[in-house]
Design a protein around this ligand. Structure first.
Ligand code: HEC
Ligand code: HEC
Length: 230
């Protein structure tokens, strides 16, 4: 299985390489042009808001591809589309080169969404709850780590490591995105969008094929794991 996937990702890397050859952008011009993006993505591409993806350290080829997809409407994102429309091809290359040259920041441990099961407020033992939350979080991150490395053989979910690398660093020549240090909330949204088909801007739709086999719990778990990768 892993062998098959590796072969797939390697053949993809080679087959898609010529199409991805593009002019190197100019980092310092890109920095100036990225000023209008800072409000949401942060000045250096490390966004504060957890639903705005971090762009720092992302592969330039992947960034270019996404910006073009926003422009031609093949990736649907109401907030990004009008902004991408305003960028010519040279600006796209320059901005991508700038963000790619930045370093992604690390995240704090995710905070589990509030569990409404404990209704009786007087009964809540905050210390006990904190312990339980910690145990649940560790458990989720362990599930996520296992899924990331081994996939789920029972449900035929591919191992993420085959394409996104052992450290979540992605695959630069193939423009497979780096994932490490990305906000967990954004990762959950991205995987949910792939799962339900809301995001499908790649012709062979491989992330949809993978995400549709994942449970919501697996999506949460693997996102928590990836958000902590450095
Ligand atoms: C008003 C907020 C906002 C501004 C300003 C903004 N973005 Fe975004 N951007 C978003 C959101 C939200 C997403 C995630 C879309 C989704 O969920 O699919 C995004 C996604 C992206 C992505 C895809 C990242 C990935 O990992 O796939 C790129 C690339 C991007 N933006 C580049 C830019 C650039 C370049 C600019 C400036 C020209 C910019 N953005 C300005 C909100 C913004
Ligand atoms: C066969 C290769 C392959 C495998 C295996 C794979 N991915 Fe991906 N993944 C991709 C490609 C290619 C993209 C870029 C899609 C695009 O251009 O929109 C991507 C995109 C993503 C994104 C969106 C990143 C962003 O910045 O928006 C996330 C999140 C993701 N993958 C998570 C995973 C997880 C979790 C797994 C394992 C369960 C996995 N991937 C397995 C190839 C793969």
């Amino acid at each position: 299985m892993i062998k098959k996937l590796l072969a797939l990702s390697i053949s993809l890397a080679f087959s898609s390489a010529p199409a991805l050859v593009h002019a190197e952008g100019n980092i310092s011009t890109g920095k100036t042009k990225a000023a209008s993006c800072a409000g949401c993505h942060g000045e250096d591409g490390n966004s504060m808001g957890s639903t705005f993806p971090k762009l720092a350290g992302q592969h330039a080829g992947y960034l270019v591809k996404q910006l073009q997809a926003f422009k031609n409407g093949s990736r649907n994102a109401p907030m990004m589309a009008p902004l991408a429309m305003g960028l010519d091809d040279k600006s796209v290359e320059d901005i991508a080169a700038y963000y790619a040259s930045q370093r992604i920041s690390t995240n704090d441990l995710p905070i589990l969404p509030f569990d409404d099961d404990d209704e009786d407020e007087d009964e809540i033992d905050t210390e006990k709850r904190a312990e339980e939350q910690k145990a649940e979080l560790n458990n989720l991150i362990a599930i996520g780590s296992d899924l990331y490395r081994n996939g789920n053989l029972k449900t035929d979910v591919s191992a993420c490591i085959a394409c996104h690398g052992p450290y979540g660093e992605g695959n630069k020549p193939a423009s497979f995105p780096t994932l490490k240090g990305q906000h967990a909330d954004y990762l959950i949204k991205a995987l949910t969008d792939f799962k339900n088909g809301a995001r499908s801007n790649i012709p062979d739709n491989m992330m949809h094929m993978i995400a549709k086999k994942m449970t919501n719990k697996e999506i949460q778990a693997v996102s928590y794991h990836i958000s902590m990768l450095k």
